[in-house]
Design a protein around this ligand. Sequence first.
Ligand SMILES: [Zn+2]
Length: 251
Amino acid sequence: MKSSSIRPGLFASLASILLLAAGCQSMQPAGTSPAVNTSVAAPATPLTKDAQAAMTPQQALAELRAGNARFVAGGSLVRNHPADVKASASGQYPLAVVLSCLDSRQPTEIVLDQGIGDIFSARVAGNILNDDILGSMEFACKVSGAKLIAVIGHSNCGAIKGAVDNVELGNLTGLLARIKPAVDQVPDDGSPRTSKNAAFVDKVSEANVRLVMQQIRERSPILRDMLDHGQIALVGGMYDLTTGQVHFYDN
Ligand SMILES: [Zn+2]
């Protein structure tokens, strides 16, 4: 009984290894050919210390891109979560730390097709930065070896809308105040600067992501030094609620 209960996990792992070796994506619906970067092997099991150490920041970003492409195509990797829990219990070697919004429609691990132990996930309304999140990023990169910091906002963000409309509500007021500088950064093109203007809201979302990226560099000498020495990379992006796609910014 014991061996048969283990077998499904072994089969899943072997299947993943074989598919990865062949440059294929598992669970790929027949007849579809998504634009997946097959040059980077996506781990179907938690990263090991050696694999993390060997990974470059560029490869970490490629893996997040490939994971999102798998997700969009309906080809997310098959994972054995109980097995991954056991495999990662003694240590974690994630490839990236991702800051994204609290929004229930943007679950980071799912939309980037990452498993247990693969990424540090920081989520807060409006993907704002504060000292605690910055400290968490320093832990993720300097202590735990993550190769990439990704800041990913999303379309039609309620927190951004709240900041745009100057919403005041309990402790939320202070959080939205952190987004206000991004609102001010979007040039006035004559269109309404309210939450009813979807294009304006999304422009503020992008400005907010870029502002957070700038703040990470300015406010953390530790991360700035790692960035300057190419030990880590910093990337911004935007998640589209209507398509499931993450558009990573080129710079
Ligand atoms: Zn949001």
